[in-house]
Design a protein around this ligand. Sequence first.
Ligand code: 3HC
Length: 691
Amino acid sequence: MALPVTLHKEDSIGLVIIDNPPVNALSQAVRQGLVECLDAALGDDDVEAIVIACEGRTFIAGADISEFDKPPLEPHLPDVLRRLDEASKPIIAALHGTTLGGGFETALACHYRVASRGTKVGFPEVTLGLIPGAGGTQRLPRIVDVETALDMITSGKPRRVEDLSGIVDRIVDDGLREATRSFAQALLEAPESRTVSISGREVDKPADQEGLFRQWREKIAKKYRGQISPRCCIDAIENALLLPFEEGLKKEREMFLECRGSEQSRALRHAFFAEREAVRADEYAEEPVEIRSAGIVGAGTMGSGIALCLAAAGIPVVLLEADWDNLQRGLDAIHSRLDRNVKQGRINEAQSRERRDLIRGTCDYADLGDVDLVIEAAFENMQVKQEIFSRLGEITREDAILATNTSYLDINRIADAVIHPERVLGMHFFSPADVMKLLEVVRADRTDDRSMATVITMGKRIGKIPVPVGHCYGFAGNRMYACYGREGQMLLLEGATPVQIDAAMENWGMAMGPMSVLDMSGLDISYKARKQNPDRPEDPLYFRPADMLVEMDRIGRKSGAGFYRYDLKTGDKHEDPEVTELIRREAGSLGVEQRTISEEEIQNRMIDALINEGARILEEDIARSAGDLDVIWINGYGFPRYRGGPMFYARQTGLDRALQRIEGYRERFGDHYWKPSEFLKRSANAGEWEK
Ligand code: 3HC
């Protein structure tokens, strides 16, 4: 097997090349190889300077995350980097691609850095529940100002080298390796500036150090509710100002190891790999086809959001509406969204113009005659959708893929309207479509592999996380959501208040409480969906509080009242004692006895409802894996990423314990909702989701 690190001598330069595809992660073999090549180069009298460069698409993109669940193996990264730092010959890193985490730490431990223009550097450790663990928190504030270090390390967001002063010594447009060699050669000709270690520098201390760190701690507490590693990042950076380098380094390593062993980091690492696993399109027997143009039917909120996603990826879009007024409204919404993005600095004027030009409006179906893909985003009504698909079947090319953005309608029936139903599938975007990452790709009974592979590949191209799911009412995400929501509604009848339930779930880590979500998305929308559910339970308690509010015209935020009351001018939300009273009376007339309910019961019942339904979905092969369901919940429903998704959470906290709780609910509330899934039972025995 080829060695992942090799040393090549070119005149007086020792070139250390790392070649560990796909991203040159710092596996044990790479660390070992680095030590050996460095020792060889340092011990070779002919070598006067050392260049470290990488093959492939990027310089080192970090530690090898897949090693974090195994016992650590020597040489440890901080020891490797110490060798660089203390080397007697100048060491220059040649950076390109995404130089992240341990890769950026390696670069900072070198004496100099040369980078290709556009190279991104950053510390994404916080997104994995970690802190930089090989000197990043100590070296970065010694080379950039403290506030920039705080921002980069606590946000995890990479920055382009051009936007950061002081990080690199030279930026080149092309010929990185040759330019780095020339840089090294020039150094050798000016021997006084040979080895300059960042570790030897003083931190440029800010004027109000205490105030700055206090501010960041407050900011982080709000942004990362309940998470450990962001706080550790700040503590470690503060140490860089308070302690000598070596001591700061030691403390950083201690915190890194503590974070690495935490449940939160395990969960975040699971999310990282589950997301990459979910979007694989290599299981399909047919190759994906490139989507070069697309049509969208419906220029409402979803349709225009989807158009923006496609245009952002450079795909020309024909946006179709039934009449010119609606079309103009959709186009206006798109243009104002683009203007807002420019104002917020997300895109520049040229990008905005380019995207605007890529979206062409029409009211004529014939304009969709030559597109590769059509996404229908019209009303959630079977007849409307069938009519649209029947037209699409007539005017589109036979190989054009036809997708519906329905949230719950039967895609098999929609496909009946089309001559080649194997090209029909669901593309379930989440609102706002240009922001939310999740895309459920729904395979209907006749959908072929080519359509699945194509849409998943295109989904990735437009920046989504496309997760394939099978066909059933609500698909995977909304089907689980219905059980979670049902339990919330039952808890209301049993005596919990909307505020109490929202607080319980937000404290648990959900982005927003379930009653606030219902109010925000419109109680009438979910009411209508429930009415159309062919499997709706014959239970007078089922979603009774929500249905009752809709029947009283309290349809949520847009009407000024739902589970809460809203000030329509300011948007402020207020608790509404009238709702609690209405629910109390309704519970009485339905024979439900009210009681005091603990926060723990609310949290357990709502999450257990997700776990049990998730298990059923796996049993029925609606989802391929527990990891796919986690990805869906993290990216579409505000499930806390640091808990890894509902299925990961269940496994971590014990499938047997989840099963026991569910058996307990069954005894209390009956079989109706709480029959434990057989799949959960089997998995609880195995201690692991069986697939
Ligand atoms: N360790 C192990 N595998 C990694 C990896 C890593 N650090 N980074 C990426 N991979 C794997 C992915 O799992 C994927 O594998 P697959 O093809 O089998 O699914 C493959 O590399 C390609 O990754 P992406 O699909 O994500 O490729 P992209 O081109 O979209 O993105 C990237 C490349 C920007 C480098 C992205 O992979 C990424 O962000 N990686 C993580 C970087 C990171 O978090 N680094 C810090 C690690 S922690 C650390 O360094 C601790 C240190 O302080 C001690």
